[in-house]
Write a protein that binds this ligand. Structure first.
Ligand code: GLN
Length: 288
């Protein structure tokens, strides 16, 4: 007689399969996919490890596990990823939200009180995580979310609607380093621009290069080109006293801080490290 399938046995089998396929985080992937098809939270799986898994559930799970086995990110398979404690819808037309990006919001909240009625802009909004989170953390703020990719903007708009902040964020399809709009009108510029160099791109995991949009990742031959252009643009967009929060590559701290210093229009320049101790966020204030 065939052994009964349970949460525990399916997790074990799926994990082994994903390990053999050599994907990142095989165990976590198995848990997230099984939780999704059962409609429970991941931690609920451990409260009821003997729960039987029926054939219909297995039939839903199998194709997802097969796709994961080929390296497709779990966030795309689930259609969502958490950012700053809130789930966001994501599709393969936007970058998967990364925890490092949360530092931009944290650094803003350290310097600008949450109740401030400010105006922010998110350059290269992608899934809209920065713009939507900023609107939620700054309930009196209004913002503009910009992306060159219409599919990304549609995704960002959907996330804004999901959180009821679409009335306070406007969306613009444009090249974010050449806006020619609302210059001198923003209190905050957020940007997590593409910042990977061409050569480094070749060394990234297949799970990134085969599935995430290349355009959202490559910042130029060296990678730092687009982050530097964001600084040029921020200089024009910010009001005197306004703040820039810019994500960067781990080896770009010196280039970014030198460039910010050379502009002479900025003060309070800081390069903030991420939890791995790597340079990750450039912070600067446009002088009064
Ligand atoms: N702002 C989005 C994010 O932080 C998109 C970034 C990007 O596509 N480079 O995930």
């Amino acid at each position: 007689m065939q052994e009964r399938n349970t949460v525990r046995s399916i997790l074990a089998k799926t994990t082994t399969y994903l390990e053999q396929k050599g994907v990142d985080s095989p165990k976590l992937s198995a848990q997230l996919l099984l939780a999704k098809i059962l409609g429970v939270e991941r931690l609920d799986l451990f409260l009821d490890p003997q729960r039987p898994i029926i054939e219909a559930e297995l039939n839903t799970l199998r194709p997802l596990v097969a796709r994961r086995g080929k390296g497709e990110p779990v966030a795309y398979l689930l259609g969502e990823r958490e950012f700053y404690g809130r789930p966001f819808s994501v599709s393969s037309s936007v970058l998967v939200p990364r925890p490092e990006t949360e530092h931009l919001i944290e650094e803003a909240l350290k310097r600008i009180p949450a109740e401030t009625g400010c105006r922010f802009i998110d350059l290269g909004t992608g899934s809209g995580i920065l713009a939507v989170t900023a609107a939620l953390e700054y309930p009196n703020a209004t913002g503009l979310a910009v992306d060159i990719c219409p599919d990304a903007l549609a995704q960002a708009r959907m996330n804004a609607q999901q959180y009821g902040v679409d009335g306070r964020i406007s969306f613009q399809e444009a090249d974010f380093v050449d806006l020619k709009t609302e210059y001198g009108n923003f209190d905050i510029v957020f940007s997590n621009p593409p910042y990977i160099g061409e050569a480094d791109y070749q060394t990234l995991s297949h799970e990134v290069t085969a599935f995430e949009p290349r355009k959202a990742l490559i910042g130029g031959i060296n990678g730092v080109e687009l982050p530097l252009r964001v600084i040029d643009e921020a200089e024009k967009l910010l009001k005197p006293g306004g703040w820039l929060f810019l994500e960067m590559g781990m080896d770009q701290g010196k280039t970014i801080s030198d460039y910010l210093t050379e502009q002479t229009t900025f003060d309070s320049i800081e390069i903030v490290r991420d939890l791995a101790g790597l340079d990750r966020v450039g912070v600067a204030r446009k002088k009064n």
